[in-house]
Design a protein around this ligand. Structure first.
Ligand code: SAM
Ligand code: SF4
Length: 462
């Protein structure tokens, strides 16, 4: 039996990093590592980093400054604190991280974390390993499966990575460089992981990937299966009541995936479909490979298949060369589509991407002013969507205790969080809730006496 050591993993960025962090912890459990909630008493701290925007990457260095102080304090007490940097900053900067932050003991990229036990052994011997390779063998074949107890602690909703990397090369984006070429996990492997989650009480699974709807994993017949086909099989797993997937590229919304939104009861009526900009000129400069009209058309087809579909998106403002007219086209698109929610970001020039080399970089002041205007438009859109929920009843999956005593929080089929006064014993259950109050985009509800009707009520106004 290995001696018990404490592990603290901090995730930055997207859901894929949250998932990777969990798998790192799973892989270290057989080595005797148990997770702890803070870095203070940890023997090993892993920062699982994000490189998507400059601010995200810089956060890592300020965090490393704080942890270096803890490492020094631990040394005074005669303890060794090992610091590891993982994820996309690790992939992009490699050994440079150790030059900037010498307290770091090891650096490894998103494709190398199955080799963590070996990397740690080397770090303990005083080496400073850096592993940012894209190995030919699939890391998922080497990762230890999580224990049932670990899965139960993580709650009633779970993520499963089904696809990694990206071949689209949008001109602003580091993902194709940090996560590598697009690859899909085999159907059998994905379904086995979902079965394990279901067995541990998970009711809702979100299939994740940088470009998840490009999924083409090997199926039972040895041929590539589409995401729609994978979802159909996942929906048959006993205990799995709800399915979602994220993040999708508009160009990969195939007919079978659109039809799945009509035919698959477990597939929730909600979709994150980033458009980035409403201007064709900017979309072309971004190398998004679709026009504004294509996006509008795909949304129309989705809403034809599933009229109550709640949509969300990502937007980038201030891409090089973006004029006021281009930006107005983005504002206009938000109004035209009608989003349930959306993320919006100032463009951040990332070293090594084509966007960073473009002339006409936009001043920060202009970007920030446009971002504020866009966020006001998104808020209006979200408020309109939420208002349509008032007085409606739908099924809510309760996930955790609420902020106040006696409250629990769950999510509607449209991914809206809902606070309800109800017993904690309902956590993990799906129950009908009537929305009674909306306050600055927070929804409150009461348990409904009657069963919820199928969610088909938030008919799109567009
Ligand atoms: N694959 C998804 C897609 O096609 O839209 C996006 C994945 S990316 C990890 C998440 C979001 O980060 C993007 O949708 C984009 O809005 C934002 N993002 C990516 N690079 C950015 C940059 N250089 N500056 C600002 N935002 C960026
Ligand atoms: Fe990045 Fe998404 Fe474009 Fe791929 S499709 S390059 S992940 S923004």
């Amino acid at each position: 039996m290995n001696e018990t050591r404490k592990l603290f993993v901090k995730s930055f960025g997207c859901q894929m990093n949250v998932y990777d962090s969990q798998r790192m912890a799973d892989n270290l459990a057989p080595e005797g590592y148990v997770e702890t909630a803070t870095a203070d008493d940890a023997d090993l701290v892993i920062l699982n980093t994000c490189h998507i925007r400059e601010k995200a990457a810089e956060k890592v260095y300020s965090e490393l400054g704080r942890i270096r102080v803890m490492k020094e304090a631990a040394a005074v007490e005669g303890r060794r604190l090992v610091i590891a940097v993982a994820g996309c900053v690790a992939q992009a900067e490699g050994g440079e991280i150790m030059r900037r932050a010498p307290a770091v003991d090891l650096v490894f990229g998103p494709q190398s974390y199955h080799r963590l036990p070996d990397l740690l052994a080397r770090a303990e011997r005083g080496e400073k390993p850096v592993d940012t390779e894209f190995p030919a063998d699939d890391k998922f074949n080497h990762l230890a499966a999580p224990s049932r107890a670990a899965l139960r602690r993580r709650g009633v909703t779970g993520f499963v990575t089904v696809q990694e990397g990206c071949d689209k090369f949008c001109s602003f984006c580091v993902v194709p460089y940090t996560r590598g070429a697009e690859s899909s996990r085999p159907v059998r492997q994905v379904l086995a992981e979902i079965e394990r989650l279901a067995d541990a009480g998970v009711r809702e699974v979100t299939l994740i990937g940088q470009n998840v709807n490009a999924y083409h994993g090997e199926g039972f017949d040895g041929r590539p299966w589409s995401l729609a086909r994978l979802l159909a099989h996942a929906a048959r797993i006993s205990g799995i009541e709800r399915l979602r997937y994220t993040t999708s590229h508009p160009g990969d919304m195939t007919d079978d995936l659109i039809a799945a939104h009509r035919d698959l009861g477990a597939l929730m009526p909600q979709l994150h479909l980033p458009v980035q900009s409403g201007s064709d000129r900017v979309l072309a400069a971004m190398n998004r490979r679709h026009h504004r009209a294509d996006y509008i058309d795909v949304v129309a087809r989705l809403r034809h298949a599933r009229p109550d579909l709640a949509l969300s998106s990502d937007f980038i403002v201030g891409f090089p060369g973006e004029t006021e007219a281009d930006f107005a086209a983005t504002l206009d698109l938000v109004g035209e589509i009608g989003y349930a929610s959306a993320f919006s970001f100032n463009y951040s020039a990332r070293p090594g991407t084509p966007g960073a080399e473009l002339p006409d970089q936009i001043e920060d002041k202009v970007k920030s002013e446009r971002l504020q205007r866009l966020q006001r438009e998104i808020d209006r859109s979200q408020a309109a969507f939420n208002r349509r929920s008032l007085g409606e009843t739908f099924d809510v999956l309760f996930e955790r205790p609420g902020r106040h005593d006696g409250q629990i929080v769950g999510r509607s089929p449209y991914l809206q969080p809902l606070q309800v006064n109800a017993p904690q014993s309902l956590i993990g259950e799906i129950a009908a809730v009537t929305v009674t109050e909306i306050s600055s985009n927070s929804l409150f509800g009461v348990l409904a006496p009657a069963p919820a009707r199928q969610p088909a009520l938030l008919g799109a106004e567009a």
